[in-house]
Design a protein around this ligand. Structure first.
Ligand code: FAD
Length: 400
């Protein structure tokens, strides 16, 4: 196995352009509004930053070239998304944030020609936002997607969808939804889910309330929703009926890695802030950065960041080879999500009182990072899957 760690000159140049764009146009707004994207203008801010990103040639680098993107591979996305993640508003500015980025990826792989024209094209261009509606209140789908309770019942010319969803990122103001609903079997069965495309104005779709969480950088909130007798025509079934879980895997593996990329940028920023502080802060006859216990915190941050990056590179390489990379993405996601929280927390500690103040961005970075240990699969579920596969491999070898 060989992995080439060098990037094409165009990508190297794009990384530099992205860093400059974030520093000039995005960080000042994020700092002014303490990372609260709604307070900073929500969709008005998004449209303004998207226009600036287009002018700077850094908009939607992941989108297919035919839809105006740069068509970067997963490996090429990693450093560019990390550069964007240096600001918590960076992903919105470049239109590479969740859930739109993952939805562009999935539609590019699964949508038919008409759906590509009607849904993917305006999404890739940033004309509309989208949302991915899977999670449900108990006893429905959550960490266990098979618990899916929302139903789609066959009617003449299409389907009627009924159910409730929660934590649907970007739902408020989304142009359309990708809805996961059960088309066969019972809650708890492994298969039987289908994905449906529905414009937001479809009768029966309602966004009931925002669930207020620790993070503030994603536009359109994390919402509770109701789908009441929502009619979706046959032509708006995404892919094939009963294949929803398989398509979810197309979306989830890469989407986990792009989260790691973006949050890597935030963790690196937190570490840099702490380094800047301990390098100059005087005390005990010297500088904090020369004290052994501070050096340990610095070194542990360096180790966590380097290890997370190595796992990410490996997982992206596997995805680029066409593999599902189930193990590699689970490992990189679990380690990255936990490592970045550790990095943010150590960085807060190193900066003393300022660390927990709004003068520095550290607390808001920690608050943004915390939910990542829960969404896209809680750490426990990934560990369970990793262990199950490891034991399964040994069992298979023994049987053979
Ligand atoms: C900020 C944010 C954004 C989100 N955005 C979206 C979105 O856009 N679309 C969407 O559909 N969903 C979204 N979600 C939902 C997210 O995917 C779920 O929260 C996640 O899958 C966990 O489901 P749950 O909250 O129902 O937790 P539960 O399923 O109730 O699990 C609770 C806890 O139990 C533990 N646990 C669960 N299973 C196991 C196991 N097998 N072994 C050991 N421990 C276990 C874990 O610690 C887990 O955190 C978002 C969530 C958050 C917080």
């Amino acid at each position: 196995m060989s992995i080439d760690l060098s990037y094409r000159p165009e990508v190297v140049e794009l990384i530099a352009r992205t860093e400059l764009f974030i520093a000039e146009h995005v960080l000042p707004v994020e700092n002014e509004f303490h990372g609260d994207v709604a307070a900073a203008g929500g969709d008005d801010l998004r449209r303004d930053l998207n226009a600036k990103a287009k002018a700077a040639g850094v908009f939607a680098p992941h989108a297919p070239v035919e839809f105006g993107g740069l068509g970067l591979t997963m490996s090429e996305r990693a450093p560019v998304f990390e550069a964007a993640g240096a600001s918590t508003f960076g992903p919105v500015a470049l239109h590479i944030g969740a859930p739109d980025e993952g939805n562009v990826h999935m539609l590019a792989h699964v949508a038919d020609e008409r759906q590509r024209h009607e849904y993917l094209a305006p999404l890739a261009a940033g004309d509309v936002r989208s949302a991915f509606a899977m999670t449900e209140p108990s006893p429905g789908a959550g960490a266990d997607p098979n618990a899916l309770n929302t139903t789609a019942t066959k009617v003449d010319g299409g389907w009627k969808i009924n159910g409730r969803k929660r934590f649907i990122t970007g739902a408020d103001g989304a142009g359309f939804f990708i809805i996961m609903a059960r088309t066969s079997g019972q809650p708890g069965d492994r298969g039987g889910a289908t994905m449906f495309l529905a414009p937001a104005e479809t009768e029966g779709i309602s966004v009931d309330r925002h669930i207020h969480t620790t993070d503030k950088s994603m536009i359109g909130g994390h919402c509770e929703m109701t789908f009441a007798d929502v009619f979706v025509s046959d032509e708006d079934v995404l892919g094939a009926v009963d294949e929803g879980y398989r398509y979810a895997q197309v979306r989830l593996g890469p989407a986990r890695m792009t989260h790691v990329m973006r949050w890597m940028g935030s963790a690196v920023r937190a570490h840099k802030v702490a380094l800047g502080y301990v390098e100059q802060r005087q005390g005990f006859g010297g500088r904090l950065g020369d004290l052994g216990m501070i050096q340990q915190l610095v070194a542990d941050n360096e180790i966590d960041l380097a290890a997370a990056r190595a796992l990410l590179v490996r997982a992206c390489w596997e995805l680029d080879q066409g593999s599902h990379a189930s193990d590699a993405t689970s490992i990189a996601k679990t380690f990255g999500a936990e490592a970045f929280s550790r990095v943010a927390d150590r960085s807060i500690q190193m900066c003393g009182g300022l660390g927990v103040s709004e003068d520095l961005p550290l607390v808001r970075i920690a608050n943004e990072l915390r939910p990542f240990r829960i969404y896209d699969g809680p750490s426990e579920v990934h560990r369970w899957a990793i262990a199950k596969r490891a034991v399964g491999r040994v069992r298979k070898e023994r049987q053979e």
